[in-house]
Design a protein around this ligand. Structure first.
Ligand SMILES: [Zn+2]
Length: 540
């Protein structure tokens, strides 16, 4: 197998997985095919959705087709010439409490039916289980994973090493780091069904990122049981490359209609908010009157159209470097998703370290939820750890942000700079102009053109957390630098006095003189004179 990554944003990536039966692009949704019941036959999946890879359950195949699947091979049996992944039946263990096959048998069977990607018989942790049980599932899954090399006879099948541990994060970490040492080419995270069904997406963030931080990053990660387009963007942004969806068919059986933001009951719909061929040719009323079997087929098709379109939207967002913006848009589709987005704060360092530096598009800053995004965390870290003001600069002049960016090219700052140069020519190098702005905090004039410090749009008025954040950045900046004096042009209308308070606090800590200027209008001639006067008094 090979996994080639072409594009990245956040932890999300567009890649290609090469198997013995062909190549498919990730992030990929693998529809679950139940060989016994197929509302949409695999061949049709290819025709309708250009689906390159499917997943089926080796345990169910064995139960229903036994040797027939061995003789014909899984591709012929399902009539699909793309990539076929098999799951082992672990889910059935969880639901029915045991299967009549041994871990060895299910490994051999997946080889015999010629799967392209196969899964060892792991032991799913489940939900609301005792720690002892969770520990046992991790241990037993690892034991079976280690036995794989002894049992398997072929080298052309890609094996999946599942990570267990449920919501015991220390166990997830252990499971992932041990599994990551074994020669698996793909890993999978067992996500307990309640996490998805009850929209516990913040828990999911913890689980995925804990696994991710402990697994080799160059191996694709499959998220088991994540079949709803509502959360694909979140999972992709956290580094999941593969999903399987049985939900498209299960929902269809229950007359449930998927949208990219949630699920609707068919009987409650007056209109179809979708333009797929099914929704174009039908309206809710005609579909409700269709026979049950036909209705299920059509709903399953619609559900898959929605899923595949969502994957494409996510890929395009990765290409454009706008996956964060897309996450924020999705997060406002459901409170649980916004909660999950807020949970990312806990992992902002890891996200920043692992996200590529891209310069493809300007940022959109909507609210304080965006303060976690890697570009903002990166600026904060750089300013505090790596940045030093110009050597001779001893007077910090803090100016409020202007509408024009880069700030030093704004009419306001150019006028001020010109006056300063005229009036105090020889000592200008002692003056350092920095702008305070949301969401970045302190933006020194000489770097304000560096991406993304002038390539962004922010929503005003800022929310309270954003104002607090910028104030905190200013305080930290003054404390860590070595100026002799600070001059602040305040804009209390925007910053509610928080910037002034932060400056006061920082200057008190450092024992620095602080000149605070309030002017009306903010950038009028009067303002220029006041700033100039304050500077003149200090440069002597
Ligand atoms: Zn549709």
């Amino acid at each position: 197998m090979s996994f080639e990554i072409r594009d990245r944003h956040l932890l999300g990536r567009i890649g290609k997985i090469k198997t013995k039966s062909g190549v498919f692009e990730t992030p990929a949704l693998l529809p679950v095919i139940n060989p016994a019941v197929q509302p949409i036959p695999p061949k049709k999946m290819r025709e309708l959705f250009n689906c390159e890879a499917l997943i089926t359950n080796a345990y169910i195949v064995k139960k229903h087709f036994a040797d027939r699947a061995v003789h014909r091979g899984i591709h012929k049996l399902l009539d699909f010439d793309g990539v076929l992944m098999t799951d082992s039946g672990a889910y059935q263990i969880l639901v029915y409490g045991g299967v009549e096959v041994s871990p060895e048998e299910i490994v051999s069977y997946q080889e015999e039916i010629n799967a392209d990607i196969a899964t060892i018989l792991d032991v799913p942790t489940g939900w609301e289980v005792l720690r002892e049980h969770a520990q046992h599932t991790v241990k037993e899954t690892l034991k079976r994973a280690k036995e794989l090399s002894r049992i398997k006879t072929r080298d052309d099948i890609v094996w999946v090493g599942p990570v267990q541990g449920g919501n015991y994060l220390d166990l997830v970490a252990k499971s992932a780091s041990e599994m990551g040492k074994l020669p698996f080419e793909i890993h999978a995270l067992g996500s307990p069904t309640p996490v998805m069904e009850q929209y516990l997406f913040d828990t999911l963030v913890d689980m995925i990122l804990t696994a991710k931080m402990n697994l080799p990053l160059d191996r694709p990660l499959h998220l088991f049981g994540a079949g709803h387009p509502l959360m694909f963007a979140l999972a992709v942004a956290l580094g999941c490359d593969l999903f399987d969806s049985a939900a498209y068919a299960i929902y269809a059986r229950e007359d449930r209609y998927m949208t990219e933001y949630g699920t609707e009951k068919l009987r409650e719909l007056a209109y179809f908010p979708c333009s797929c061929p099914i929704c174009t040719r039908n309206d809710p009323k005609t579909l409700k009157e269709t026979s049950r079997k036909e209705r299920q087929k059509l709903l399953a098709q619609h559900n898959l159209y929605v899923c595949f379109s969502e994957i494409k939207r996510i890929k395009q967002a990765i290409v454009e470097g706008r996956l964060w913006e897309y996450l924020e848009i999705k997060a406002h589709g459901h409170p649980s998703l916004l909660q999950a987005l807020k949970r990312l704060k806990k992992y902002e360092d890891y996200l920043e370290r692992s996200s590529p530096v891209t310069k493809r598009s300007g940022l959109f800053f909507f609210s304080s939820a965006g303060l976690t995004r890697p570009e903002i965390v990166r600026h904060r870290k750089r300013i505090l750890a790596n940045y030093s003001p110009p050597k001779e600069a001893k007077i910090l002049v803090l100016l409020p942000q202007t509408t024009t960016k880069p700030f030093h090219k704004s009419e306001e700052q150019r006028r001020l700079w010109k006056t300063i140069e005229q009036e105090i020519a020889v000592k200008v190098s002692r003056i350092h102009i920095c702008t305070y702005a949301a969401p970045f905090g302190v933006v020194p004039a000489e770097i304000d053109e560096v991406y993304p410090l002038s390539q962004y749009e922010a929503t005003v008025p800022f929310d309270a957390e954003t104002i607090d954040y910028v104030a905190e950045q200013i305080e930290n900046y003054i404390v860590k630098t070595n100026y002799d004096r600070v001059i602040l042009l305040e804009n209390s209308e925007v910053w509610k006095g928080k910037i002034a308070a932060a400056c006061k606090k920082a200057c008190r800590k450092r024992g620095l003189p602080l000149t605070m200027l309030k002017t009306k209008p903010l950038w009028g001639k009067n303002a220029l004179n006041k700033i100039l006067k304050a500077i003149q008094e200090t440069v002597v």
